[in-house]
Design a protein around this ligand. Structure first.
Ligand SMILES: C[S@@+](CC[C@H](N)C(=O)[O-])C[C@H]1O[C@@H](n2cnc3c(N)ncnc32)[C@H](O)[C@@H]1O
Length: 259
């Protein structure tokens, strides 16, 4: 272990790949978040992730904190047993409604169609219909175990992580009720579904530091329309304007909110 308590330097892409951890130096999906963290180390509060799965992005942020000597806690919320029930809003067909209401662009919709075409092509045999439970490579994320993640965290010496297991509908209100003083410096909402976003957004907005930021992983998605629907409902009610992260790397959009 080096002085930051990490077993490896985490300087090369292969170190991250071998350990199944997103490389914060190269990740496009985390780019805006990583940039924010590097620039705003002194903003008060802790880091939160809603939707941890096997920890790819959570571990990445915890390692980045160690490397930058950031003393904040990294909280990760997940059922660790996959998606709970779905909402009608999660049906892939809702992208068409979003297009008709001009809540997504034509270009975005064309990408969704192409994505589904390729997914169907890859089945080779009978084309399948797609639902929230089979649209992702990891299906409904139920092949997961909090125990293995805890072992990995321990081996990596990441004593800055705290996992909160269970359905957000219980864990999130309980957590913030019990921890009235904790504020959010930065967070990553990466939980795909309408109902999950709907539960989390009011808590995040309430506790987000006025200089903090919250990344919305599925505000631009080719698979999960419910996340955008939940965000748009919340934004309308609370007069929030989401911000598009500028990226010249490709045209997959990344969005976040700030106060
Ligand atoms: C896309 S995965 C997260 C990916 C992860 N951030 C990574 O970097 O690999 C979505 C996760 O959200 C979790 N999730 C979604 N809705 C949830 C809810 N209502 N309660 C608890 N966990 C939920 C699922 O269990 C799943 O592990």
């Amino acid at each position: 272990m080096n002085k930051k308590n990490l077993p490896f330097g985490f300087n090369n892409d292969f170190e991250f790949n071998l350990l199944n951890i997103e490389n914060f130096n190269q990740s496009l999906r985390l780019k805006a978040l990583v940039k924010f963290i590097k620039k705003n180390k002194n903003v008060k509060g802790d880091y939160f992730e809603f939707g941890v799965y096997q920890g790819s992005s959570l571990l990445s942020v915890a390692i980045l904190f160690k490397k930058l000597n950031i003393k904040k806690k990294v909280y990760g919320f997940d059922s660790f047993s996959g998606f709970p029930k779905y909402d009608l809003q999660d049906n892939i067909k809702n992208f068409k409604k979003l297009l008709l209401k001009k809540q997504i662009s034509k270009k975005h919709y064309e990408k969704i169609k192409l994505f589904l075409k390729i997914k169907k092509f890859k089945q080779f045999s009978k084309p399948k219909n797609f639902y929230p439970k089979n649209i992702s490579t990891s299906l409904n994320f139920s092949k997961n175990s909090q125990k293995s993640l805890l072992e990995k965290i321990k081996k990596l010496g990441l004593n800055n992580i705290k996992l909160v297991k269970g359905n957000f509908s219980k864990t999130v209100p309980n957590f913030f009720k019990r921890n009235k003083k904790i504020s959010i410096f930065a967070c990553n909402i990466d939980c795909d579904l309408y109902h999950s976003y709907k539960i989390i957004l009011p808590f995040v907005w309430d506790r987000l530091n006025k200089k903090g930021m919250a990344l919305l992983d599925e505000y631009y998605s080719l698979k999960f329309p419910g996340a955008r629907i939940a965000c748009n409902e919340f934004f309308k009610k609370n007069k929030i304007k989401p911000i598009k992260a500028i990226s010249l790397d490709n045209d997959f959009e990344r969005w976040y909110i700030k106060k």
